[in-house]
Structure formats: structure tokens, C-alpha cells
Design a protein around this ligand. Structure first.
Ligand SMILES: [Zn+2]
Length: 83
């Protein structure tokens, strides 16, 4: 047993591929990237207004994204779905 073992050296976050890491989050109309595979859109009610949220999955790194299309919220847009 080494007294120098350090468990905190292990990265805890899932690594995003380069195009995913470049997605601007929480900004309306920010573009995704070419390797995102679109899933089925769903209607979600947010603050009394129905918005469309579309699920995407990255073909390269397997990350799951939601894109919220909400014209009333400039901060809506891409968000990473935690696994
Ligand atoms: Zn990716």
C-alpha cells in the first residue's frame, strides 16, 4: 500500500468531445454540431408557456443534450443532460 495514493486525481466529469465542448450553453439560437443525432421533440410547459425541447445525442462522445426552443427566454438553449 502506498501512502501517496490519491483518489482525487481521478477526473469525475465525463469528457466531452471537442465539438460538444464548443457548444455555447444556455444561449438561444446557439448552434449545435454536425455529429449530434436528433431525437424526438417534446412539449414542455415552462412558466405557463409551452416550449419545445428536443433531445440530441452526440455520435462521437455519447453525451446527451437538450435544446429548448423558447422565444421568451434568451437563456434557453443547449443544456447537457446529466446521466
Ligand atoms: Zn460529443
Amino acid at each position: 500500500m502506498s501512502p501517496h495514493q490519491n483518489a482525487s486525481a481521478t477526473p469525475s466529469q465525463t469528457a466531452l468531445c471537442e465539438p460538444c465542448a464548443g457548444i455555447q450553453r444556455n444561449w438561444r439560437r446557439a448552434p449545435g454540431h454536425a455529429e449530434l443525432v436528433q431525437g424526438s421533440p417534446r412539449k414542455v410547459e415552462i412558466q405557463g408557456r409551452t416550449v419545445t425541447v428536443t433531445r440530441y445525442r452526440c455520435d462521437r462522445c455519447g453525451s446527451t443534450w437538450d435544446y429548448e426552443n423558447n422565444s421568451a427566454n434568451q437563456r434557453a438553449g443547449w443544456s447537457l443532460v446529466s446521466r
